[in-house]
Design a protein around this ligand. Structure first.
Ligand code: SF4
Length: 200
């Protein structure tokens, strides 16, 4: 994946499973793997190719608009926070993934797994993505951020379900989760409410 296709794949992943993104991106990138080609496709064709992902109409429009913005700016992505976050449909998390994975710039993208685990593990008590990110950046040395965020995501996907996990016997949460966090989760299970989810 090049920086541009990474950006598109991450932007498409909001409100959609990674599995679905992996299914639809090969056909999309076979037709357009560069901003110029994507812009030439037009929003209708992009929508046809990505229609199975959540919020497809908005994402198709954003992918096309962002491609145009990149073309206008010289045709390539560059490691520039303001430039990346100024692209249509690209939020701080998507820009952070591209900075970290494509350009090796230290960043700590907070996705839904990291948000949940940082709070369960007592690394942050914050309730917003911005503050959780700031707490994690304080908790880990900057040279480890890019590696650490991937480690937490992979661990979370593999071992940490949103529910039906047991704090007391888990090798991490049995010592890392605070009593308050455990009590809060038990209460939340008894009375389900809408989870606080970070944005794309
Ligand atoms: S109890 Fe274990 S499985 Fe559950 S969130 Fe904590 S580390 Fe993950």
């Amino acid at each position: 994946m090049n920086p541009y296709t990474l950006l598109v794949a991450v932007a498409l992943s909001a409100q959609t499973t990674d599995k679905k993104v992996n299914e639809i991106t090969p056909a999309l990138f076979a037709e357009a793997a560069t901003p110029a080609d994507m812009y030439a496709l037009g929003p209708e064709r992009i929508l046809q190719l990505i229609r199975e992902v959540g919020l497809a109409p908005t994402k198709a429009k954003n992918v096309w608009t962002a491609a145009g913005q990149i073309v206008e700016a010289g045709g390539e992505l560059r490691p520039d926070w303001a430039f990346l976050e100024g692209l249509a449909g690209v939020g701080h998390k998507t820009a952070s993934v591209v900075m970290a994975q494509a350009f090796d710039v230290p960043a700590f993208p907070v996705d839904t797994h990291i948000f949940r685990l940082a709070r369960r593990w007592g690394l942050s008590r914050a309730t917003t993505v911005e503050k959780v990110e700031a707490d994690l950046k304080k908790a880990f040395p900057i040279e480890t951020w890019n590696r650490r965020h991937l480690q937490i995501i992979y661990f979370g996907r593999e071992y940490c379900p949103a529910q039906r996990h047991v704090f007391a016997t888990c090798p991490i949460c049995s010592f890392a989760a605070t009593k308050a966090q455990q009590d809060a989760e038990i209460k939340a299970r008894a009375k389900p409410k809408k989870p606080v989810l970070p944005p794309a």
